[in-house]
Design a protein around this ligand. Sequence first.
Ligand code: GLU
Length: 284
Amino acid sequence: GKVADYIPEIATVDPDQFGIALVDLKGNVFGVGDHQKPFSIQSISKVHTLTMVFKAFNSKLWTRVNVEPSGDPFNSIAQLEYEKGIPRNPFINSGALVITDALCSNFDDPLVQLTDFINELAGQTCVKINQEVMRSEKNHGERNTAMAYFLKSYKNFNNPIEEVLDVYFSQCAIEMSCVDLARSFSFLANDGYSIFANREILTESNARRVNALMLTCGFYDEAGEFAFRVGMPGKSGVGGGVAAVMPHKFSIAVWSPELNEKGNSVKAIRALELLTDKLKFSLF
Ligand code: GLU
């Protein structure tokens, strides 16, 4: 694979790293390799923002974002025009921008509250925003900026564009380790209840919906391949991370920076494939 180079600051990461951490429903952590090393979680943060907004909006959110796989690259703008400014799903960039816009409408201090929320999910203070990655992405953010303006032209964007983009680039620049990331996904393996936060994060049925979205839309236009090879709901990011859940069993995060041409970590996917094969775990 190849390290993502369209965000220059991410291109400098050592490509040979690999870490994996599994968290069971009792909170036991099993990890190897670079599992404690923070990395850029990028689009995996879209699951955290969706979870925050899901609660605030409930069903109204789904008039602004669809729940269909896109079959297009994560940063594609083409579909938005045919579909009149309603993004295919919350995990492609256009959809995630709508979610971050909703976050800005519903929370007074969205970035601080997002950080607090992820720390709460992980059960410890672990979130760090890498300002260099944030700036690097902002300086090369033409496509995301174009998409935000495009959404606004369809009246599917309510807050000042620069403000929302700053939050969006910052959420993508969050760094966490595999261990903390797997902990922060644990509630999705546990019917919406977080053992680390000691509270219900989403209702059981809404947690199932987030998992359904991850299964169908969590891997750019390679979600089918991931379901075929691994069979778990999950979300990847261009930093080389993958976070996934086996409902009622465990959450897991894997990281290795080299990506395939669809933008998914080659080694993370292979590792999950071997793991689910060996353990005979699959949703299906
Ligand atoms: N920050 C990246 C972007 O908006 C996220 C891409 C990703 O991880 O899918 O292009």
